[in-house]
Design a protein. Sequence first.
Length: 89
Amino acid sequence: MSNFQYLTGVVTLEYDKKSCIGCGMCALVCPHGVFTLEGKKARLTERDRCMECGACMKNCPASAITVTAGEGCVRGVINELLGIEGPCC
Ligand code: SF4
Ligand code: SF4
């Protein structure tokens, strides 16, 4: 997991704690450690590290996560592979 962080406060990621059933999938699939599992609920611990890839939303069985997947994902992955750090958008 990288320490990469994008621009602060611009991520479209939203999480509805009431709907969460605590399966842990979001924490498992997120490449940037945005979610952690605390007891029987997920917790958004590193929101500004989200690259909007959409993996958590696609794998959440409770539809507790929404995110607008976009270019930030592709650019972020390419930059990370190239070892380039800094804001992606
Ligand atoms: S994948 Fe959805 S239901 Fe499972 S822990 Fe994460 S937010 Fe909760
Ligand atoms: S959209 Fe991708 S980077 Fe953002 S929290 Fe979900 S899995 Fe992690």
